[in-house]
Structures are given as C-alpha cells and as structure tokens.
Design a binder for this molecule. Sequence first.
Ligand code: HEC
Ligand code: HEC
Length: 210
Amino acid sequence: MKLITKISIGLATSSFLIFVGCSTAQPTISEESLGLRKVDLYSEDKVTPDETKYSKAAPSTSKTIARAFQDAPPMIPHDVEGMLPITVNNNQCISCHTPGVAESFGTLPYPKSHMINFRPDTSLTKNGDIVKNGKIVENTSSEKLEYVTINEMHQLSNSRFNCSQCHAPQSEMKEIVGNTFTPDYTSEDGSKKSSWTGTSLTEGLDTLME
Ligand code: HEC
Ligand code: HEC
C-alpha cells in the first residue's frame, strides 16, 4: 500500500513538473560557459591548456616551496626526471630522503609518520571470516576507525613507499582560479617543517588499541 501511494505521489509530482517546465521559459546555459576551458564539449582541438612548467633544477639546487598549510605534504621542488614512476625495484626518493642520509644531501628525511604502520593485522580464517588484530570483524569499514592501530617501525612503512601518491612536483603556471587562501601555521616553522614529531602524532587520537 505504502509503495503504491509513493508511486502515485511521484507520478503526480512529475506531471506537475512537466507542466511547469512547458509553461515557463527556462534560461539556457551554454556548454562554453560550463567549465574552465570556455569551449564546447566536442572541440578538443580548440582546447589549449596552459603550459606545464616543472622545475628543471636538480636536487640540491632547487628551493623548497612553502607548505600549503600546517603539516601539508611538501611539494617536490626539484626535477624528478627519470625518478617516476616509482616501482618496486626503483625508488630513488628513498636513496636521498632516508633518515641519516637526507641530512648529507641538505634536505629533510621522511618524517616519523612515515615509519608508523596504521593498518591492523588482517587475515582470513578457514571459514572466510575477516580477522583484524586477532578479532573477527563483520564490518570492515567502521566509521569509528576502531581497527586503526599505531605500530611504530624503524623503517619506512610500505604504505608510504609510493611517495608521488602524496608528494607532487610543482608546476609554475598561470592561476586559472585565484587562490585567496592564506595558511595560518600553528608552529613557528610550519611553512617548512612538519610538526608531527614525538607524541604529537598520537595525542588526542581515540583510536589507540587497548
Ligand atoms: C639525489 C637526491 C634526491 C633524490 C633522488 C630525490 N630528492 Fe627530494 N630533495 C633532495 C634535496 C637535496 C632537496 C632539498 C631541495 C634542494 O636542495 O634541491 C629535496 C627536496 C624534496 C622535498 C621538499 C622537502 C621540503 O623541505 O619542503 C620533497 C617533498 C622531496 N624532495 C621529495 C622527493 C621525492 C618524492 C623523490 C622521488 C620522486 C625525491 N625527492 C628524490 C634530494 C633528492
Ligand atoms: C600517504 C601520503 C604520503 C606518502 C605516500 C608519503 N608522504 Fe611524505 N608526507 C606526507 C604528509 C601528510 C607530510 C606532512 C606531515 C607529516 O609529517 O607526516 C609528509 C612529509 C614529508 C616530508 C617533510 C618532513 C618534515 O619534517 O617536514 C618529507 C621529506 C617527505 N614527506 C618525504 C616522503 C618520501 C621520500 C616519501 C616516499 C618514500 C613519502 N614522503 C611518502 C604524506 C605522504
């Protein structure tokens, strides 16, 4: 009964809309005005994107870029020619940004957060149940993040291996859309250094395992 009522209300509403649609003149919106490209959607050959200008400065000769906001992943200021894509057998980023080595190149090592595994130990039982940190779980996408763990490691966590997933080279180009955002760093050197050190990484988190 309920369903039928809903359907009939739906039909009544849509015929009303059709009626209104026919009786009033709708303003038309041209395709050219829809996007940032300002040409119609079928004219790929008329689109002239701005030139991308990545830094050609080799590592040790580039200038670091201010962080977008406190603890934002820094942009890559140097040339990455020949370094991307990162593969299992070729990750040159690590050879310069590993703690202990980075300092001698005059740069920052990957920080402590990159040496923490936030993922729970996950396995399957013979019956196909999902086990996280020793507990059988039914819903693996808990909104409360209750299966997040904080396992400190002494090396890079595999989840951070693909640096370019979060760190991108900066392209110098005309701003298509103006940016009015100005960061309000919470630490004095926030424009050039992450503040996630020591216990500050885990403070205030209610996801620590008991
Ligand atoms: C040959 C050594 C070397 C390699 C390889 C290298 N880097 Fe760098 N990186 C540096 C140096 C040195 C700097 C500091 C800027 C400069 O002096 O050019 C730097 C700066 C950075 C910064 C900015 C850090 C800050 O303080 O803002 C990021 C992010 C970065 N590199 C990421 C990467 C990634 C990702 C890769 C791999 C695609 C990579 N680097 C490969 C040496 C290297
Ligand atoms: C999942 C996203 C992610 C990946 C993958 C990742 N990073 Fe980061 N990185 C961040 C974020 C976010 C920050 C800033 C906050 C922090 O300290 O964790 C950061 C900070 C840094 C910094 C600045 C540290 C400081 O003290 O200010 C360096 C250098 C860096 N990453 C290098 C790397 C390198 C090299 C890799 C690959 C081996 C890598 N990152 C992989 C997200 C990532």
